[in-house]
Design a protein around this ligand. Structure first.
Ligand code: 13P
Ligand code: SF4
Length: 309
């Protein structure tokens, strides 16, 4: 069967199975466009965890990496959460263990687990945060102006300031996709595209953040480019978001600060989404006691932010 015909057939089958099984597809902004295209909801980690906690579907197919699907499963103990590729694992999440959280907390300050962590880490932390709210959460929970955050040291740097010292655990945790952007790339982009706005993710190195015009989560970047008066943007994050921007905002121009791809995110594809729905695999299962404690950290994030609004 020609590729396009097969592609259209898979899409139709996905729609039929979604309806038949009362399933929803959630897709992170870094998924390929054909996966984003079949999703009921697309967004950043925060938006996806909110969507997961609100859905009335029986099955959630989570197109993202393992910690995101785990978060959906923690928020929905009575639902079936599926991840299309079981090897879609975020390497940064492996950089923080529950033992490291316990050790840091013994020094007397609260621990904020970035949502890019496994359930057992969230279970030991005081609260979670995402790239969209790290600054706010740190300001609210810091004790005597100090708190811990992990595993991303660049996000901890971003959340610091205004009298809050966010100490990274481990000291140099990082995302390889965002670590690839160098300050020289920003300097070159300024020269090559003098009229462009440079926007980057808070997982980028501090010097890259400092030289950029805007720093935010993937969906914050998307909202920023929609409302900004600029027509050209140089974007420092995973290529999937740039593809989404190009696809949805045709009248503006988006240039990657450097092409950087999250290999793990790209392990999901349309065929695997179809198989996930058809065969109800791969189910995300979390130990109940760990999930209960991890849920408290996630809900605390929602509660403290709700109170503030
Ligand atoms: P966002 O929450 O900003 O979408 O980021 C998730 C992520 O994994 C970034 O690398
Ligand atoms: Fe993990 Fe980085 Fe990929 Fe995000 S982009 S899922 S932090 S490896």
């Amino acid at each position: 069967m020609p590729a396009q015909k097969r592609h259209d057939k898979i899409k139709r089958e996905i729609e039929r199975l979604k309806e038949k099984k009362n399933a929803v597809i959630l897709s992170h902004n870094y998924q390929t466009l054909d996966v984003q295209d079949v999703a009921d909801f697309k967004g950043d980690s925060l938006e996806l965890s909110i969507a997961a906690s609100k859905t009335e579907a029986d099955i959630i197919v989570f197109c993202g990496v393992d910690f995101m699907a785990e978060t959906a499963a923690i928020c929905n103990p009575d639902k079936k959460v599926l991840i299309p590729c079981r090897y879609a694992r975020c390497p940064m999440a492996t950089q923080l263990t529950p033992e490291m959280v316990v050790e840091a907390k013994s020094r007397g300050y609260p621990f904020i687990a970035y949502v890019n962590t496994f359930a057992a880490v969230k279970a030991e932390a005081d609260i979670c945060c995402t790239s969209a709210n790290a600054k706010e959460v740190a300001k609210i929970v810091a004790k005597d102006g100090v708190c811990f955050m992990g595993p991303d040291a660049n996000l901890a740097h971003f959340a610091s300031g205004n009298g809050v010292d966010v100490v990274p655990v481990p000291e140099h945790g990082y995302c390889y996709v965002h670590k690839a952007f160098q300050v020289e790339d920003v300097v070159k982009a300024r020269k090559d595209y003098p009229k462009a706005e440079i926007i980057v993710h808070p997982e980028c190195n501090p010097d890259v953040q400092y030289e950029a015009d805007f720093v935010g989560s993937t969906s914050q970047m998307l909202r920023h480019v929609v409302k900004s008066e600029s027509d050209v943007f140089v974007v420092g994050t995973e290529i999937g978001l740039i593809e989404r921007m190009r696809n949805e905002i045709k009248e503006k121009k988006f240039i990657p600060l450097r092409k950087s791809t999250c290999i793990e995110m790209k392990l999901n594809n349309l065929e695997k989404v179809y198989l996930a729905l058809k065969e109800e695999k791969y189910e995300v299962k979390i130990d109940e006691e760990i999930a209960d404690r991890a849920r408290k950290s996630i809900n605390r994030m929602f509660r403290v932010l709700d109170k503030k609004r």
